[in-house]
Design a binder for this molecule. Structure first.
Ligand code: ATP
Length: 529
């Protein structure tokens, strides 16, 4: 039974809708298109359907490109969205992880580009740098016959080189919002005034006001793109957004979401292990040992909550001679790319990452996802476990759940409409290595402290700002000022509310007084009679 008492309202999409409305994402009137759902068969997210790419309007040169990549039949999201996009419609699509959303927008954009090639034709925004490179690669591979020119604009990389590339009018620009907004603010050597397509991949992440808030940067970008364009929004976790937008939008865009109630793929075996907090690392080591003993060619992704934890776990696993590598936002960008590419090419079989790697990354060799911490939000869980069991492959996810996380698991189960099953792992084996694991972890923590990891975090932040042409002190001031303004706004709002309340109370009192007077008069009359 799912916990009825759980309040899934925690997963609030409120600010996201505000962003959509405030930023006017769909700049031109949303087309009057009826919402569509799935491919007709419930739960259909698998790669094979009866439909062909030809029948949905793709040119033969693109079919050949798909064939070369082993893509023979459209997945449901591709089947549903490619034609409307080719017809010039705006599109919002919500389909499960690993279901081919990238090709669902790359293919029709390439076809349109081939009919009228110019630069800059399309702008794709995505929340992480690694994902930007992955998307650009898909454009490059599928668009090879066009001699496609693309440009990747992400933070942590050389800004001047990017500016030069942008000025050469690439056909496709794939960017993270922060860095692109910086270019727009600081340079007039390129223009996105004539783009035909604006794509927001992982759209809910881009629009939500989370720890990395893209709203300000999106405002800058959206004011630089033309009103006449096609806007495409994709994510595996748009469902709730879709429902609300359907009721909010006056002229509805083309919506698509799968009919499947379960929000994770069938091929994913979802497990949990209930562990006491203090024994968590020993369970992790034992789990990895088990997978390593049983499967030679498996890759494992481990997700954890902080950069520091990521670093410590990596050091610890290496002490146990596991082939692991870390990926988190405190690493230099070049190290991040190197770590990912070594993991992709199986030089390292284990990737320990923060949520910087939880969305979009497509690494077919990943068979196991381990959640070292239980994700606080169901949608984070959906994206993390979606790194395995992609494109019809099988995979397993194991979430380590402590006594404090049980309510989070219930919230996840309620959202994904499926129950996690317990994963059996011999407790005896775990107890045997417990002391050794805990001592090793402590040693790693001490080692890390001596490298002044926390101080580096602060320095890295400042360095990053300088690289992005920002003044760290000024930024700090700006942040403080923003906070002040927000606080003032809150105060102002409170004042208005209490004034309104006072007015209401006054009116109510007056009403009651009048009523009382009327009643008195009436009783006096009656007495006189
Ligand atoms: N029609 C298809 N048939 C077979 N494989 C496909 C098809 N379309 C895409 N793929 C492959 O499926 C894999 C997953 O695709 P993609 O990365 O686009 O998934 P996604 O839906 O964007 O997932 P996520 O939500 O995690 O970002 C890729 O390796 C891609 O090459």
């Amino acid at each position: 039974m799912m916990a009825a008492s759980l309040n899934t309202q925690d997963v609030s999409y409120g600010p996201l809708f505000m962003s959509v409305i405030q930023l006017n994402i769909f700049s031109c009137p949303l087309r009057d298109v009826t919402a569509s759902a799935g491919s007709g068969c419930p739960g259909a997210e698998k790669m094979s359907t009866m439909c062909s790419f030809q029948s949905i309007g793709l040119s033969s040169w693109l079919l050949e490109q798909c064939q070369q990549l082993g893509i023979h039949t459209p997945s449901p999201v591709q089947e549903a969205c490619i034609r409307p996009i080719l017809e010039g419609r705006d599109c919002m699509a919500c389909a499960k992880t690993g279901s081919g959303k990238t090709a669902a927008f790359v293919l029709p954009i390439l076809q349109k580009l081939s009919e009228d090639p110019y630069g800059i034709f399309c702008l794709v925004l995505t929340p992480t740098r690694e994902l930007a490179y992955q998307i650009a690669e898909q454009f490059r591979v599928l668009g090879k016959p066009l001699g496609l020119k693309d440009c990747i604009v992400v933070g942590g990389m050389n800004m001047i080189a990017q500016a030069l590339e942008l000025s050469r009018k690439p056909h496709i620009v794939v960017a993270t919002p922060g860095r692109l907004a910086d270019h727009i603010r600081s340079s007039n050597t390129f223009s996105i005034k004539k783009i035909k397509f604006l794509v927001l991949d992982e759209a809910d992440r881009l629009l939500e006001q989370g720890c990395t808030d893209f709203t300000k940067d999106l405002e800058v970008i959206l004011s630089a793109v033309p009103a006449q364009r096609q806007t495409l929004l994709f994510s595996a976790t748009l469902t709730d957004t879709l429902h609300e937008l359907k009721s909010i939008a006056m002229n509805r865009p083309f919506f698509w979401e799968s009919l499947s109630e379960v929000r994770t793929v069938d091929e994913l075996d979802q497990r949990y292990i209930l562990v006491p907090e203090k024994v968590k690392d020993a369970y992790l080591v034992q789990l990895i040992q088990k997978f390593q003993d049983e499967h030679e060619d498996w890759s494992i992704m481990i997700f954890t909550n902080t950069c520091k934890n990521c670093q410590i776990l990596n050091m610890m696993l290496r002490e146990f001679n596991f082939p692991s590598i870390a990926l988190h936002s405190m690493m230099k960008q070049k190290q991040r790319f190197a770590a990912l590419s070594k993991f992709k090419s199986s030089i390292f079989k284990i990737l320990i990452a923060t949520d910087v790697a939880s969305r979009g990354l497509d690494i077919p060799t990943v068979q196991v996802v381990i959640n070292h911490n239980t994700p606080g939000l169901p949608k984070i869980y959906i994206h993390r476990v979606g790194r395995t069991a992609r494109a019809g492959r099988h995979g397993i996810s194991i979430t380590l759940v402590t006594q404090y996380d049980i309510h989070l698991v219930h919230a996840i189960e309620e959202q994904i409409h499926t129950k996690l099953k317990e994963y059996p792992l011999g407790e005896k084996e775990v107890l045997k290595i417990l002391t050794q694991v805990n001592v090793t972890r402590r040693e790693c923590e001490i080692k890390l402290e001596s490298t002044e990891f926390d101080e580096k975090k602060e320095i890295n932040k400042r360095k990053q700002m300088i690289l992005e042409g920002k003044d760290p002190d000024l930024e700090q001031k700006r942040k403080a000022e923003l906070e002040k303004i927000k606080a003032q706004k809150r105060k102002f709002k409170d004042q208005i509310q209490s004034t309104l309340q006072m007015k209401k109370d006054k009116q109510l009192r007056k009403k009651l007084q009048k009523k009382h007077q009327r009643q008195q008069k009436l009783s006096e009359k009656l007495q006189r009679k």
